[in-house]
Design a protein around this ligand. Sequence first.
Ligand code: SF4
Length: 253
Amino acid sequence: MKTLKSSTRKPARTATRKTRAATRSSAPKASATRAANAKGKGTSPQRVRAILGKLDEAYPKATCALEHDNPFQLLISTILSAQCTDERVNQVTKTLYAKYPTPKDFAYADPRELEQDIRPTGFFRSKTKSILGSSKKVVEEFHGEVPRSMEQLLTLPGVARKTANVVLGTAFGIASGIVVDTHVIRLAGRLDLSRNTDPKKIEQDLMQVIPQEKWILFSHQLIWHGRKICQARKPRCAECNLERLCYSKDKTV
Ligand code: SF4
């Protein structure tokens, strides 16, 4: 019995020493991998360049789908587009901009009437407040012109960075940031360009890895890709030209 016990213990101790040694030698590698992953392995310059190249191939002239004739109309349309499709906004603004042709017409409009005019876009009470407040400020403090800086735009009621980025980028060609809407939030995650969920942090992450001269186009390209291919519920990965660069757990191929 004694011989049997000692013969079974020895190999067991040897195996344990081997396992510990193996664990010690692989520890630095594992921590290095964890550190690399925390930074986001999707943001290597080569991969980002490849993604931008594919987006350029698919959407060379992507732009804002909200119809407008001037920066002020784009501001109003962007406010209306919260929680609403661009198509619905465009339907509403067809008659809205004929009825209220200038910032003054919006600024001093009857709130109850304006509420009914924009009702199909949803959240019409809060949108009416934002439109009246922003229009008044544009008329009374900015001489009837939409301001051209992020700082000034953010002083308008109901205007946050997303709206300001749309207006600055599309109406004035000024790249102050990246538009982060529901599509950009989803795609930034699926493409592993950001692991944050807060739009402000996602925008900061994207601004660090996307060259500034691409910010305006990139926002629209992601929005179009999100609408047409990388849809929320069932992404159409078989038709996606980014498929070989994508390792999202949401992939359908
Ligand atoms: S492969 Fe699929 S999940 Fe990845 S970006 Fe394309 S559509 Fe989206």
